[in-house]
Design a protein around this ligand. Structure first.
Ligand SMILES: Nc1ncnc2c1ncn2[C@@H]1O[C@H](COP(=O)(O)OP(=O)(O)OP(=O)(O)O)[C@@H](O)[C@H]1O
Ligand SMILES: [Mg+2]
Length: 387
């Protein structure tokens, strides 16, 4: 899963490390969704015209036998492999030719994996938007369950924010705001009357980036249809990922679009600070991002101190302040005080390209030394909380 602390929530269980055991059956009699989008049966779901049914053997060949060096990442569902197919026949192609795809292979036995696999096909087979990842097809053969997506060359936001490997340069301020806006548009679309879906698993690892850093939401295995008939919420088992799930949802299992808004606020805070929402590698008192950041977020004077030191000098104080205030609103304890995703999109649109324009030399200096002390531009260089 790539995250040291991103643990799936099991209903009424304590946090677990990642892996298959942290996923479980959640669909039971207590779930009360009915569905404008959901087709009635498995046959209809799989029969969605835009989706291609792949043979297992083709997916095996196109990922070079699921070779370890084809692995793009791993999550609770299974591993994700890079593969190549012919764009016309959809048959396996030689590595480096044809169309690149990402193949997610369920490596877990049991009902929950199958349900999430089917839920993903159900939603992504019907929902199409520039900020949702494109599902090309699936494979259902014997015990094999796989999903085939468009390949997202820049991987997940999680990798860009938290991986220290040299391949992942820290995203600059403007790109962070671009990614936040793209992801917000994806969520706004899901919440719109035409889709009316609650995503339920908004987190940095589920935001994938194309070559131009356009953000696309992936992983619809936990998505739910929003409440119908004037109801305020959907009752569910509590599922999602620790740290990202809204407190009222964790307490009651009542799911609303505002639960997603909370998760968005958490990710926005991760984007601004460069810190994971839960990180046991940090000292006591800093492991929970929300608790650590709250005192800073409460004060306009102090809020800029928590912005990621690696992007110091790239933003104007007013831009950073507005972004931080937006995050604070999204993580309001009371759901009614959180903005809607449409309002979040509007706020983020105003934050596009608010970064300080840097010369190439200045940009290099930030990458190598991570400070802007020598810059003569109007930059934000604030005392930071000690690590
Ligand atoms: N379409 C894709 N293109 C490129 N890389 C992808 C694609 N889908 C997934 N990945 C990579 O594979 C990783 C694992 O994805 P996956 O969705 O299985 O797990 P996760 O989101 O990290 O964790 P979880 O299972 O808790 O959601 C992602 O973080 C990403 O780096
Ligand atoms: Mg994922």
């Amino acid at each position: 899963m790539g995250s040291c602390c991103s643990a799936r929530i099991r209903a009424h269980h304590s946090p677990q490390r990642d892996g298959q055991s942290s996923r479980h059956v959640s669909f039971d009699g207590r779930e009360t969704s009915s569905a404008p989008l959901t087709p009635r049966n498995v046959g209809e779901i799989l029969d969605t015209g835009s989706l291609k049914s792949f043979g297992y053997n083709d997916l095996r060949i196109c990922t070079r036998n699921f070779r370890p060096d084809s692995v793009l990442g791993e999550g609770g569902f299974g591993s994700v492999f890079k593969g190549w197919i012919d764009e016309h026949t959809f048959k396996a192609a030689k590595a480096g030719t044809g169309t690149v795809i990402a193949v997610k292979r369920l490596n877990q036995e049991g009902l929950q994996g199958h349900k999430e696999w089917l839920t993903e096909i159900n939603y992504l087979g019907q929902l199409h938007h520039p900020n949702l990842v494109k599902l090309i097809g699936y494979c259902l053969e014997d015990e094999h369950r796989l999903l085939v997506y468009e390949f997202m060359p820049r991987g997940s936001l999680e990798n860009h924010l938290f991986r220290r490997a040299s391949y992942f340069q820290p995203l600059d301020w403007n790109l962070r705001m671009k990614v936040a806006l793209g992801a917000a548009k994806g969520l706004a679309f899901l919440h719109s009357p035409e889709a009316k879906v609650i995503y339920r698993d908004f987190k940095a690892s589920n935001i994938l980036l194309d070559s131009n850093y356009n953000a696309k939401l992936s992983d619809f295995g936990l998505a739910k249809d929003g409440p119908l008939d004037g109801r305020s919420h959907v009752s569910t088992r509590i599922m999602g990922t620790y740290g990202y799930a809204a407190p009222e949802y964790m307490a009651t299992g009542h799911l609303t679009a505002k639960s997603d808004v909370y998760s968005f606020g958490v990710v926005l805070l991760e984007i601004l600070t460069g810190r994971r929402v839960l990180d046991t590698n940090r000292p006591q008192g800093e492991q929970n991002l929300i608790e650590w950041a709250r005192p800073y977020l409460a004060s306009k004077r102090r809020v800029l101190r928590i912005i990621d030191a690696r992007i110091q000098g790239q933003y104007t104080p007013s831009g950073a302040l507005r972004a931080a205030i937006l995050a604070v609103k999204c993580i309001a304890i009371e759901p009614k005080y959180r903005p809607t995703m449409v309002e979040v999109v509007k706020a983020l649109e105003q934050l596009q390209d608010t970064g300080v324009v840097q010369t190439e030399e200045e940009a290099q200096r930030h990458i190598h030394f991570g400070n802007a002390q020598n810059s003569t531009r109007k930059t934000s260089s604030y005392p930071r909380p000690s690590a």
